[in-house]
Design a binder for this molecule. Sequence first.
Ligand SMILES: [Zn+2]
Length: 460
Amino acid sequence: MGTVLPLSGARRPVLAQVGGRAWTGHRSDRLSVRRAPAALTGRKTWKERVVSEAMAASPSLRGRSSAETRSAIVDVIRSEGEISRTELARRSLLTEATISKIVKSLLEDGIIVESGFAKSTGGKRPVLLRLNDQKLYAVGITLDVTRCVIVLCGLDGAEVDRCEIEGIGQDEPPLVLDRVARALQQLLDGRGTRQEFIVGVGVASGGRGFSPGRKLDATFVDSWEPYPVEEELSARTGFAVIRENDANCAALGEYWTTGGSPTRDFITLYLAYGIGCGLIIAGGIYRGVSGNAGEIGHTLAVANGPLCWCGRRGCLDTVASPRAVTEQIVANPTLRAICDVTRETEFGVIYRRFGLLVKDGNEPARRLFQATADHLSNAVNDLVNTLDLDLVSLAGPGFADLGEEYRCAIEEQLATFALTRGVRPITVRLGTGSADAAARGAASVVLHRELTPHRSVAAP
Ligand SMILES: [Zn+2]
């Protein structure tokens, strides 16, 4: 799954098969490894490597189609946040004249804007370029049980407007999509944003993805899973619609808006009612054979534990998801009294009160929190060991109140038990801890597909 580093000329490393871990020579390594200076080895610096790989599978863009080149240049501007023409030319190995031509067309199309000046290195101060957040927009939508969120994001993935309408509830999909389409139109009308300035619509939804026409196991399929949301919402709005599961959306949102690099794989643990995980591998979502990769909630947490809706016992989802936490509170008279809730209290209220009690240091609440945090940390540790990662992000409404507490617990686990803890530090980053994480991410899925198609999300 790793990205192949570009090698110059015919020099290729001699590979030797060895046991044990690979040590990178990072200063925190327990082994002392002397490295030759980059100037002597001819290796690129980490930053040059990141950028050249962001551009394409090849370190040079020479000889690639103009569409691929343009797409790759946009991706570098996104990844860097701001960059000058000269720097783009230096890193892409293209001439400044070629870069100027591409930049001119991107400026004319409203994809990028000039955003100020870089520091002078002796001569004229270079003009910086960044993605335009004022002209073209992507729409992101979450379809949630209690509420549906619609966000409008600029090309940099940042939210510029939003609205919220009632959730799916028990309504059938056509009715919900009617509501969503009306709310989207009102949002655009209210801002005076014309249809032609919308790049596309992304929909984040829970559940599994199914290929159309495939026979389903009717024992545990909800009506949304096989429903053709893309076609139906597209017919109602006139926009191109792409659907992705909420955890994948949150992960790609993190990638798009935080300067993610194709050479730094990471996972996003997504907490809403249940637990999901988005895997960003080589600059795109890893989707698996059927588009359902990342179902960390259905990995084993407790042998012979509680029965999960998927049919297995002891899934992570049954012991550590916000839904499981609220079920444990409601089933326990002590916790029920402490949280001042009844069996009829709404999920969000129970979870919020639980969060406040944990923050206040309430002992029974903290014990329950610690148990769920241990389960989550162990599951993340397994993935970090399996994929050899050094970055984990956390996103979703389940982290809204206890995000920092969960972040610390997971980071401590990884610093103590991850196999590669001595090879390099493993960062746990708290991302968007709200219901908007998946909606913003859904907009990023659209931007990723439309603006940087050389790395687009592949359909299952
Ligand atoms: Zn399960």
